[in-house]
Design a protein around this ligand. Structure first.
Ligand code: NAP
Length: 337
């Protein structure tokens, strides 16, 4: 594997901020991961892996690390029956192209996850989710390289310890590099219509097929989210806070119209976008960084913003929400520094 020194990674992230990686290389196979790990160990450097760069915020200056771009490609159908299919997909494959591949073949389970930027390798790390679906519902196993034990390992779905936008991989960032993900998708069964605002209203049929669902989700996302190819962003910048019912009731006394959803027994999920908007910060500008006009949860780089500008905006938003609602927002994207 060829490694480059002092390589600018800004253009490899959808937020378009960040400095130069001390070393940079492209992964094309699982054995490249092993080679990269040996190099990083010898140089005593941490390793960061970029997929689509759609969920990372990279710091300014020299990032004293080995940054790798995952380009492990390939889709292999391992098993297919009348009712299901098992597909192994390279971590570097584009996520939305994989969704399109499934929809075209009638494989059910990822259609509501249409138009999410990033790669297949990011899907188990972040347990990507949208419109009531999440990666954990369809992941069968994940093949990773363990950077501490220097071994390729297969994690079953249970081993992945998935929870809301989280996994064992996210809890141990840097320890595992995803090589391949194996998905179990259904065939010839009922399609789930997401029970989310705007979905039913935008479907012009009561019996939608996978293609109808995909097109509807693409349309809704397109109307609410900025295209990262046009306006640099990393999607949702904060997680939806989950609070106890008691805490929620207290806030509701003061703000009766607060948007909320059940998050399991005794807990309530409050959309972070609603909180930011209610704090008066939808479409606000903080110098070179702003909250998106159609969705306060998305921070946009309004032109040559730096890492510091992003963090400053993050802190201002967190302070405003904390002051108004007493809720501590948590950043969703990962920092590379
Ligand atoms: P939306 O549909 O207006 O919903 C706002 C929030 O309310 C979402 O965060 C969603 O939680 C929650 N919600 C809405 N209907 C719900 C229901 N029936 N049951 C439980 N929770 C419900 O917001 P949106 O921003 O356009 O997002 C639509 C979907 O795309 C959401 O699932 C969102 O997570 C996903 N999305 C993800 C990203 C990302 O970068 N990760 C970016 C944009 C959108 P959940 O987030 O738990 O679904």
């Amino acid at each position: 594997m060829n490694l480059e020194e002092n390589f600018s990674i800004k253009e490899l992230t959808t937020l378009k901020v960040g400095g130069e990686a001390r070393y940079f290389g492209v992964l094309r196979s699982a054995s490249d991961i092993e080679e990269a790990q040996a190099f990083a160990k010898q140089k005593r450097l941490p390793v960061f892996v970029l997929g689509g760069g759609s969920n990372v915020v990279a710091s300014s200056g020299t990032i004293d690390a080995l940054v790798l771009k995952n380009e492990i490609f390939g889709k292999e159908i391992l098993e297919e029956t009348e009712n299901s299919v098992l597909i192994k997909v390279g971590a570097g494959e584009d996520w939305d192209e994989f969704v399109a591949f499934c929809v075209e073949r009638g494989f059910i389970g990822v259609e509501a996850l249409s138009a999410i930027p990033g790669t297949v390798g990011g899907s188990p790390i972040q347990n990507i989710g949208a419109y009531g679906s999440e990666a954990s519902h369809v992941i069968d196993s994940v093949e990773v390289f363990d950077m501490e034990d220097s071994l390729l390992k297969i994690f079953s779905k249970e081993d992945c310890d998935f929870s809301y936008r989280d996994s064992v991989f996210k809890k141990n960032l840097g320890k595992f590099v995803v090589a391949n993900v194996t998905f179990r998708l259904s065939k010839n069964t009922d399609i789930n219509i997401p029970d989310y605002p705007g979905v039913k209203e935008n479907l012009n049929t009561e019996k939608p097929n996978l293609f109808d669902i995909r097109q509807t989700i693409i349309k809704i996302r397109g109307s609410k989210l900025p295209d990262p190819k046009v306006v640099p962003n990393v999607g949702s910048f904060f997680k939806n806070p989950i609070v106890s019912i008691e805490e929620f009731e207290k806030i509701k006394e003061e703000y009766p119209d607060i948007k909320n959803f059940s998050a399991g027994k005794g807990y309530i999920k409050i959309p972070a976008g609603w909180l930011i908007e209610a704090a008066g910060l939808k479409g606000s500008s903080f110098g070179k960084v702003g909250t998106y006009k159609n969705n306060a949860l998305v921070l946009v780089n309004e032109g040559d913003a730096t890492f510091e500008d992003i963090i400053e905006a993050q802190e201002k938003i967190k302070e405003a929400v904390k002051e108004k609602f007493g809720i501590e927002l948590e950043r969703e994207p990962i920092l590379i520094k």
